[in-house]
Design a protein around this ligand. Structure first.
Ligand SMILES: Nc1ncnc2c1ncn2[C@@H]1O[C@H](COP(=O)(O)OP(=O)(O)O)[C@@H](O)[C@H]1O
Ligand SMILES: [Mg+2]
Length: 384
């Protein structure tokens, strides 16, 4: 069996151009290093395909496509790609702008706590601005999640970059063959319901819209919605459970945007990053800032498989199955407000009778008063 290609070691110079310094982070497919571009002395980030997946032809092809797609963009919300190449051991790599800060999955873990609505909307606009650009090139990201959103600390405040177009899909039919039909892509915690039913549907813009809605809600509540959930729990969560929303969020213009983005039927959501961006900007104009208190944050939802899954097995055809999604409860407000208990029927009758009597008594008093005034005025008129 051929040996695995090795990752470069710190100090090694790749291609005579990039001196590898230290690891910065890793994901499921890649390992990212801090490096120095020796000729110009600038620091960059170099992402290599992880050796464990480098022997898999499918991953190599996807990595090459990530390169192809990432170089399409020149946008402040999308990480900039400078160069590409292959290491001496045969690992493909991408050279990117070095980002200073942390991705949102690390931020949420290391500094837990909810974000203010204003900050969430600011970050949301940046994510959606980048997504709108990608969507306009016919590219769907398909793996929007906190680990692929990088919070950059700059001298002029924070800004956000979308990373990792590793499972992105070009909607051009000639270029979609790489993601073979029937394979799941993305991260189950942020995948929309339809992607579990019809894997190909993760290639639609509405899949990115759903993931952004979920990320914005998570930033508001300060933690991931489905912490440590297993795959079957995630399936139940996305397909059949209402998304819990703090009442203050639900009732705000921002909540309205999140609600629409996370509807279970893809046809009911915003249809693109651009459409959601427009709605978020509009909501921001109407919003008063707030930050949730601990007691307003919903607990991790309890999941139970309902008869929905039985029905799902009984119907055929994409539209029928999606129709079932639409009939599921979409969102649940936390804390739920108890509806005032309706009085029992006997009391209703009693209350009505009492109401009628009060009305009669009121009428008698008014008529009596008018008669009294007429009589007094009449007597006085006759007397004087
Ligand atoms: N340009 C960069 N500058 C600094 N850190 C980065 C950069 N790109 C990626 N990272 C870090 O490395 C992690 C993995 O990168 P990513 O491109 O998402 O790889 P994967 O495809 O394996 O998920 C990111 O979550 C982030 O923390
Ligand atoms: Mg990643």
């Amino acid at each position: 069996m051929p040996a695995l290609p090795e990752l470069p070691r710190p100090g090694e110079v790749i291609d005579g151009r990039y001196r590898i310094l230290e690891p910065l982070g890793k994901g499921a497919r890649g390992v990212v290093f801090l490096a120095e571009q020796v000729q110009v002395g600038r620091q960059v980030a170099v992402k290599f395909l992880h050796p464990h997946v480098a022997k898999d032809h499918k991953y190599v092809q996807r990595f090459r496509r990530e390169i192809e797609i990432a170089t399409l963009f020149d946008h402040p919300s999308i990480v900039r790609v400078y160069d590409v190449g292959e290491s001496p051991s045969g690992l493909p790599f991408i050279v990117m702008e070095l980002l200073k800060g942390q991705d949102l999955s690390v931020v949420m873990k290391e500094t837990p706590g909810s974000y203010s609505a204003e900050r969430v909307m600011e970050l949301g606009e940046q994510i959606l601005d980048g997504l709108a650009e990608a969507h306009s090139h016919g590219v769907v990201h398909r793996d929007i999640k906190p680990a692929n959103l990088f919070l950059v600390e700059g001298s002029r405040g924070e800004s956000l970059r979308i990373l990792d177009f590793g499972v992105a899909r070009l909607m051009d039919p000639d270029l979609t063959r790489l993601t073979a039909a029937g394979t799941y892509t993305g991260t189950p915690a942020y995948m929309p319901p339809e992607a579990f039913l019809f894997p190909d549907s993760s290639g639609r813009k509405t899949a990115d819209v759903y993931a952004v809605g979920l990320v914005l809600l998570e930033l508001l509540i300060g933690r991931s919605m489905m912490r440590k959930a297993s795959l079957d729990q995630l399936v139940i969560f996305h397909l059949s459970s209402p998304l819990p929303m703090p009442r203050r969020v639900y009732e705000s213009p921002l909540g309205e945007v999140i609600r629409r983005a996370t509807l279970k039927h893809p046809g009911d959501r915003y249809q693109s990053g651009e459409e959601m961006l427009g709605a978020l900007r509009e909501a921001r104009r109407k919003m008063e800032n707030f930050r949730l208190e601990a007691e307003e944050i919903p607990p991790v939802p309890k999941l139970v498989a309902t008869e929905f899954f039985m029905k799902l097995g009984e119907v055929e055809g994409e539209e029928e199955k999606l129709g079932l999604l639409r009939r599921q409860e979409q969102h649940r407000v936390f804390p739920e407000v108890e509806a005032p208990a309706a009085p029992p029927p006997a009391e209703v009758g009693e209350a009505r009778r009492q109401g009628g009597m009060y009305l009669l008594a009121g009428g008698v008093v008014v008529v009596g008063f008018v008669v009294f005034v007429v009589v007094v005025v009449g007597v006085l008129w006759w007397w004087l």
